[in-house]
Every structure is written in C-alpha cells, then in structure tokens.
Design a protein around this ligand. Sequence first.
Ligand SMILES: Cc1cc2nc3c(=O)[nH]c(=O)nc-3n(C[C@H](O)[C@H](O)[C@H](O)COP(=O)(O)OP(=O)(O)OC[C@H]3O[C@@H](n4cnc5c(N)ncnc54)[C@H](O)[C@@H]3O)c2cc1C
Length: 591
Amino acid sequence: MAPYVPFHQGEVAIQRKARTVGMALENGAVIATNVPLHKKHDIESAQTVIVSSVDPVHGHVWVSPAMRFSGKILSMDPELGQALHIDAPAVFHPTDIFFENTKGSAAAAVSPVGVLAIDFANRARYRTNGIVVGSSEAGERIDIHVKEAFPNCPKYITRRKLPDNMADVTPFNVAAVPIVAHSGLSPEARALVERADTLFLGTFFEPTGADANVRGGNPGFIRVFDDQNGTRIEFDDYRGNGMFQSLGNLDVNPRAGITVIDFQHGSVVQITGDAFVVWDDQDLTRRKVALHVSQVRFTRHAFNYHWDLCEYSPYNPQIAPAHEIGRKENSETTLTLMRIKEESPNVKSFRFVSDRTLHFLPGQYATFVLPIPDREGNDDTCVRSWTISETIGSLLGDTFLEISVKRNPDGHASKWLHDEAKLGQQVTLLAVDGHMTPIMMSEDHIPSCSAANVLLFSAGIGITPSMAILRGLRGFNLNDTKVKLVHTERTEHEIPFAGELVRRNRVDPETDVHFFLSRRTQEEFASSLVSQASAHAGYATKDDLSRLLADVNLAEETVAFVCGPAGFMDSTTRILQELGVEHVVSESFAF
Ligand SMILES: Cc1cc2nc3c(=O)[nH]c(=O)nc-3n(C[C@H](O)[C@H](O)[C@H](O)COP(=O)(O)OP(=O)(O)OC[C@H]3O[C@@H](n4cnc5c(N)ncnc54)[C@H](O)[C@@H]3O)c2cc1C
C-alpha cells in the first residue's frame, strides 16, 4: 500500500526543488486531521492566536492577531478534536478585517481559515487549518471545522512574555482605527516592519485551505524595497522541517498576507499581496520569499498589551550584508549547547547551534575542544570526537549539530558533558571528518547511496553511526535502500533510541531492526518494547547472522558498517567476510 502523503502538489514541488522530500515525509507523520486531546490545554491557554482569512471577493489573504492575557481565545470541543471556537469579539481588534472576511452566512459557508496558537514564552506553536462553519452577522463566536492539525518546532521563535501587570488590561484599544493604503507602507509602518524580529505569514490554496504561520529572525531579517513596480517585502526562508506548507501554497497560489506586530507598543501592520519564492540558482538550499504589496492596514496602538522581549532565538542566522552571506568550509568554530535529551539511562544527546552553516555526511564525527582542563590540568587540550547522530539537513548545510554521548563513569569529558555542561555552554568545533557513510552528494545537491543494501552492526554506544546513517538515508528520501540494523546491548533498558528504532521497523518496509541482548533470556524480554522489532537473547552468532541476512545478496550491492568495542568489531567483521560481504567498513571509538 502506498504511504499516505499529506502534501499537495505545490508542497511537493517545493520539497523536490529543496531536496527535502524524505525529510518532509518523516516530519509529516505529525500531521493529523484533528487536534489530539492532549493538545487541548496548549490550544486553550495560548495568549496569542494568529488567524489567516481570505477576502471572499478578491481572494486576498489577510493575517489577524488575537490576544488575551487570561481567558481563552480558542476553545476546543473534545469530540474528535475537530471543532474549534474563537471568542472573536473579545480577542480581535473590532476593526480587524477578519470580521469582514468571515462574517455572514453566505461567506461563512466557505470561509477558509488558518489558525496558529502560539506560546511565545515557551516557544511553542500549534497549527490548524479548517473552514468557518458558523458565525453570526455580528461576528460573535466563530466555529471552525478543523481539516489539518500539527505542531511545529520552536526554532526561530523570539521568546517574549506578557508581564503580570497586563492581567487587568483590556486586550485592544477600541479607539484605534486602521489607516488603509494601496500604495505601500508609510514611513512609520515601514520602520516597524524593518526592525521586527517576527512576522506572521498567511497563505491559501483552495483544495487544502488557508495556513497561518510565524517566521522569526534577528531584527533586520525583513527587508522592504520600493521601486517602479511598487513596494516589495522580502525575507529569507530559513531551514525548517522541510514540509513547506506556506511556500507550497505560494507555488500554486501567490495570494499571501504578512502581519507584523510592534509587541512593545501594540501597533499592527497587516499587508496583503502576491508572494513568490525566489531561489538562489547557485545554491538551492537558499531561497527567499518576496511579497509584492497591494494593500496595507496600519493600526497604531491596536493592542493595549506591552510584551517583554526575553530572547531572540539562538538559531537565528546573523543578519549580514548580502555579499557576506555564504557557505564556509568546516573549520574551527564556536558551538553553543541548546538542548539535552536523555536517550537511555546513560546516553544523552547534546544539540549545539553554530553561528554558521556546517556541512557533513550522515555517519561522520565531529571533533571538539572542551573548555575544561584535561586530566593533567592543561587548558585547551581536552579534545574528543563524537559521531554526529542527528543528520537531517546536514548534506545541504545546517546550523545545528547533535551528538549522543555515553556517560563513562571513569571518563573525563563524557562525565563533564553529562553532569556539568549547562544550556548556553560554548565549546569549540575543530573539524568534521570520517568515512562511516554510504551517502554521497553530487555537485548539484542530489544525494545517493553507494549500495542497494546497507547493513548496520553496532554494540553499545557504537549505535550512533548506525542511527545517523539510517536517519540520513530516510531523511534524504533514499527509501529504496534496504537497511538491516543489528544492535547488541546488555539489556533492553540500555538501548539508546529504542522507541525510534521500533517505530522505524514498524512503519518502514525497507528497514529491518534486530536487537541482541547479551544479558537476557528470550522469556525475559518477551513483553518488552524491543520485542516489537525482533529481539534475540545472547550475542549474535554466525548462524544468527546468516539467517538474518538470508534475503540479502551479500556479494553485490551491499555495504556493511560495524562499530562497537574492539572484540565485537573483530568478530562481526570476520563473520560478515565469511558470509561473503565484500565491503565492510568499521570505526573504532578508541583513539
Ligand atoms: C570517531 C569517534 C567517534 C566517537 N563517537 C562517539 C559517540 O558517538 N558517542 C560516544 O559516547 N562516544 C564516542 N566516541 C568516544 C569518545 O570520543 C570518548 O572517547 C568517550 O566519550 C569517552 O570520553 P571520556 O573523556 O569520558 O573518557 P576518557 O577520560 O577519555 O577515559 C576513557 C577511559 O580511559 C580510562 N582512562 C583514560 N585516562 C585515564 C587516566 N589518566 N586515569 C584513569 N583512567 C583513565 C578511563 O577509565 C575511561 O574508562 C567516539 C570516538 C571516536 C574516535
């Protein structure tokens, strides 16, 4: 059965061009046709909701902000999670064009809306799109039937919060009226846009509906140009989840809206026009959105709220003059620790952000200088290498890099990372290197795999190159490559990434995962998570591997990667060679 593809032709066209089809399919698993019940609290507690709506006469897309310190903006019916309600009069400015676009039964029957519930303080956002199925002439409660719902990553969201003294303030200023212009931005509105760190983008494609989303960057990331063709707004499209819901809509319908809020003073600039994706011909990983302005509504002091700015996203690329923006080769650079995630009781993943783009292949490792003295007390010499375990986006260049490190109780650096390194900690990246990869990249950015069958053998923390290769293959849509991943661990609790591996084994017909548990008997793990893949007691013998590999043509089109303790690598390599695998690549974690 062909997998469900939650994308329309515009989204797929952009994904193809940006080489993110595989990444999009991986990330698209979160797209649902209803809002899951566990999201009810997030949705109902959002202090800001952004709604895109479509002018039923001209098809213009507008983006409208709704705010409320306490009390719900959105509420959700628990049944099926498909009905959302907006308490519209209490949360939108009374002059907002949203009321025009959705008011009245004739329009209401077909009004599409995109709804973004955003929690700036926690950098969380949830997107839904649907249609307005009920609203009164007076535009009171608006009922929305949800067609698509999904969470989005927090990557470029500026953190800000409403101070407590806003609790008793009414959200909007009823005296404010919009100044409507058909000829571009006033100097005041233009200045507001040019110094903003956040914009909201609305797009629309009739068969699938409207979409509302947020884009963030350091101030200056939105550029405004005036020329003989009118006013144009531009912003770079930073690397995201590769799904391209907004840009995909633009590919098939250029109508779009951009709204920028002055969070400090409550003024709002709403812009509508036609937007296009402009690609960098030299580098398809880089593109920008250019919106040609047809109408602007500027409402000075529309909201009474004054938000506190906490922090720009550390993922934001630096704003540099156009001629300075470019790819640099890997060389010494500073990384900042952004996220720590537990993968098993003694393995944690550490995600770092770099202020410049890094390129690497899935399976390669990064070498760091840590800001701690070495065992002998010398500074600047505590150098360690760790495999880059999360590699989506790595071929095209990425600003983050993730490693997964096992805590060695007698170790120096791994213990420091696990026990002492805090978010915000800086380390130096010396280089990225390594040959543990079957993935190649052509000059025109087309990834390919060197073999039809990839065999991944690991023990203990040697699993990190296997994970990187598997994630890289699927992330780059190399879905026809057959993968067998065979991992040995002492007990099931110690297996890092167990949940992800079991899931991949279940949903991906070309991925076959086997666990060997050296300290378990078959009965002991019969009911455990790993038995949902294929779990075996003891170490893998030659007979075991011969059986597991019976359906693979080992002599041709097959490459095996082996990583783990020295004894494991020796015996596995020998067995594979005896079974006829000609191409075996191994990597030792001991220097
Ligand atoms: C290419 C490559 C990729 C790698 N990828 C990963 C990965 O993805 N994940 C991962 O967790 N690791 C990986 N490693 C291993 C990693 O580089 C570190 O070696 C590991 O994290 C342990 O570092 P440490 O500083 O904690 O241990 P160290 O301080 O280096 O100690 C290691 C061991 O040596 C002993 N030892 C060394 N010196 C002394 C001393 N003076 N006194 C007492 N005992 C000593 C300790 O008992 C300890 O058991 C990789 C290594 C390489 C080469």
